[in-house]
Design a protein around this ligand. Structure first.
Ligand code: ADP
Ligand code: TRP
Length: 332
């Protein structure tokens, strides 16, 4: 049986290095494996739980699409689409909602996190929570189950959501017989959490990111802002605990990495490391940055690619939804 690998990114901010290293890079690698059919999408309706400004929503959505394409996603091989272009996902969302215990949603991390911070701030527990945010994991389950995906590459923070999708699928299967494939998450252990400028997890929410397609001068500036310790240049330095080294490894060649390792051992100034990091990073990003800018200037090109992708997506989700409708008794 064909194995399907599926993942989505929501358009809630500019794509940063953490997104690239933790999610996009491993997913693109999987897509190259011809044993798998990859289905990658822009989770725009997930983004709507947060972004309520029309222009911002549009730009961010195109931004995610252009990022995937600029980094080498091949829309001929990969089914590449926009979630909102596949209506079956939203019908399935409702069906699955009728199999999702409310308590399961209460325990989902994102929602629980907001409730906890509201409690701490002495606010109403559900302050700022819309129903889209509360039922977010059900829509994500629909994304995954509508495609009968086997594997879902995600960052660590998304593991619980994939487990929720399994739980919902199991309870449906238990009632109606084997219908949904039970998905597995794939987490890249080595690069699961990339730290940001301040040493905390790089995240849009912390405003500590390095956007992937920043202009070179700005990129060097941001790299210069990465926190380091106060060791003098000649002191030997530890590669393991160094954010600069972690980043360097992602963009440098094997020989360059070995050389940098030696320099850390014999002593190198942080300013010098930052310069070299910029050089390897910019070398890699130059081409994709150009492609990204070109796509962003021609959103109709992106639309065309996504429409084609949606057709390929629906060739799968439509017949499958017919099966589901039969199972529940909506269709004969
Ligand atoms: P953010 O935390 O900036 O809001 P998202 O939650 O939109 O990012 O994450 C999109 C994808 O990128 C997810 O698969 C997530 O696990 C991954 N990701 C986000 N930040 C990092 C990071 N600092 N290191 C590794 N992966 C990350
Ligand atoms: N919730 C994911 C995130 O915040 C995005 C997402 C939506 C997703 N639907 C998905 C990821 C389905 C994998 C599979 O990063």
């Amino acid at each position: 049986m064909e194995q399907i690998v599926l993942t989505g990114i929501k358009p809630t901010g500019q794509i940063h290095l953490g997104n690239y290293i933790g999610a996009i890079k491993p997913a693109l690698k999987l897509a190259e494996n011809s044993d798998y059919q990859a289905a990658y999408f822009i989770a725009d309706y997930h983004g709507l739980t947060k972004i309520h400004d029309r222009e911002e929503f549009r730009t961010l959505t195109y931004g995610v699409a252009a990022t995937w394409l600029a980094l080498g996603l091949d829309p001929e091989k990969t089914i590449f689409y926009r979630q909102s272009n596949v209506p079956e996902i939203f019908e399935l969302n409702w069906i699955l909602a009728c199999f999702s215990p409310k308590g399961l949603m209460n325990r989902a991390h994102a929602y629980k996190g907001i409730v906890d911070s509201n409690k701490q701030a002495g606010k109403e527990v559900d302050n700022g929570v819309n129903m889209g945010l509360f039922t977010y994991p059900i829509l994500m389950a629909a994304d995954i189950l509508a495609f009968q995906a086997n594997m879902v590459p995600v960052g660590k923070d998304q593991i619980q959501h994939v487990e929720i999708a399994r739980d919902i699928a199991e309870s449906f299967n238990h009632q109606y017989g084997e219908t949904f494939v039970l998905p597995e998450y794939i987490v890249d252990e080595e690069t699961s959490i990339l730290p940001g400028l301040d040493g905390r997890k790089m995240s849009k929410s912390y405003h500590n990111t390095i956007p992937l397609f920043e202009e070179p001068a700005k990129l060097q500036k941001l790299i210069n802002k990465i926190k380091t310790d106060s060791l003098p240049p000649e002191a030997p330095k530890d590669t393991e605990s160094s954010i600069l080294f972690t980043l360097y490894k992602e963009f440098a060649s094997v020989e360059e990495i070995a050389q940098m390792h030696k320099k850390y051992e014999s002593g190198i100034g942080w300013g010098e490391v930052k310069k070299e990091l910029f050089a390897v990073m910019n070398r890699f990003l130059e081409e994709p940055r150009k492609k990204y800018q070109e796509l962003m200037a021609n959103p109709e090109k992106i639309d065309l690619i996504l429409q084609n992708g949606a057709e390929k997506a629906r060739a799968r989700t439509l017949p499958f939804l017919q099966e589901v409708r039969k199972q529940i008794g909506v269709l004969r």
